[in-house]
Ligand binder design. Structure first.
Ligand SMILES: C[S@@+](CC[C@H](N)C(=O)[O-])C[C@H]1O[C@@H](n2cnc3c(N)ncnc32)[C@H](O)[C@@H]1O
Length: 294
């Protein structure tokens, strides 16, 4: 898997060197005997190919990331993220602060900066650390660009790591207090492996918080939402000259497990999931799942 570790203060993202053979190529050859398939949107692809295909999507949309999210959610993703951050802190572990946060698939930095802002505003906490992990260097570059516009630009509490969230082999076992993944886990090739890894890196008492597109629980809203979704690739073409990536994003939402099924996967990883297990946002267009490593 990708092994570039980017300490912002030590190595500007613009100077990332990509060693050959690339991770994607290495993965393909490692897994050449593995004929297992998975979905890439509505297509069936080899598991070994999915990482590369998802990488292409996010490299393509990285520079238009905000527009993409605003179009896909009509701007509501900002409210969902704010709510997610508040909810996580409301349930923060009793061990107190500072905390070691890890935000996986966190390229944009939205959740990472939001969690630190909230920690400061609510707990006067300016000691907690944040590791932002993403498989895609282009997305992490966007996150670092944004960092320069925040008060954290000279703050070495934030580090960036290019790595696959299914593996996180540069993150020690039992080392993090709060693990977040926002609109990222549905892109993992093996979602269960990602959840198992989250369990591994969290300390006992640590919390996992997942914000993800989900299944609408209201027939009328669902009909409107399905119709709206059909236009998203068209908007993608008009705004970002990219029909296919937006088509993938819509299909990846459709393929993501139902709330109850996803709750079971979180439990399967070992987490205790407080009832009811998830909170639907906007009739289930998105949902927040919380689990605790006991
Ligand atoms: C829709 S963006 C979400 C970014 C951010 N978390 C947010 O909420 O704005 C999805 C991100 O997941 C990342 N991603 C996809 N598969 C991944 C994996 N296996 N491990 C880590 N990151 C992954 C993509 O590179 C992309 O940056």
């Amino acid at each position: 898997m990708l092994r570039q570790s980017i300490r912002r203060s030590a190595a500007p993202l613009s100077k990332i060197t990509r060693s050959a053979p690339s991770t994607q190529l290495r993965c393909l050859s490692d897994l050449s005997n593995d004929q297992k398939t998975t979905h890439f949107g509505s297509k069936t692809v080899l598991e070994s190919e999915k990482e590369k295909l998802v990488g292409q999507v996010f490299s393509s949309v990285a520079s238009k990331y905000d527009i993409m999210n605003d179009v896909m959610s009509l701007g509501v993703h900002r409210l969902w993220k704010d709510h997610f951050i508040r909810k996580l802190d409301a349930g923060a572990r009793p061990g107190g602060r500072p905390l070691d946060f890890i935000d996986v698939a966190g390229g944009s930095g939205d959740i990472a900066f939001g969690l630190l802002d909230h920690a400061k505003a609510r707990f006067q906490d300016d000691k907690s650390t944040m590791t932002v992990v993403d498989i895609n260097p282009d997305m992490l570059k966007e996150g670092e660009k944004r960092l320069l516009d925040t008060k954290y630009k000279n703050d070495d509490r934030i580090s960036f790591l290019v790595q696959n969230g299914e593996v996180l082999d540069q993150i020690e076992d039992n080392s993090k207090d709060v693990y977040t993944v926002s609109f990222g886990i549905r892109n993992f090739t093996n979602i269960q492996a990602g959840l198992n890894t989250a369990y591994r890196v969290l300390k006992p008492g640590g919390i996992i918080g997942i914000l993800e597109f989900s299944k609408v629980d209201n027939t009328v809203v669902d009909l409107a939402y399905q119709n709206w979704s059909k236009f998203l690739p068209v908007f993608g073409q008009a705004i970002a000259n990219d029909f296919d990536s937006y088509q993938y994003l819509v299909e990846s939402i459709q393929k993501f497990p139902k709330q109850e099924d996803f709750k079971s996967m979180i439990q399967e990883a070992g987490f205790y999931v407080p009832e009811p297990g998830y909170e639907n946002l906007t009739f289930g267009v998105a949902a927040i799942h919380i689990g605790i490593k006991l």
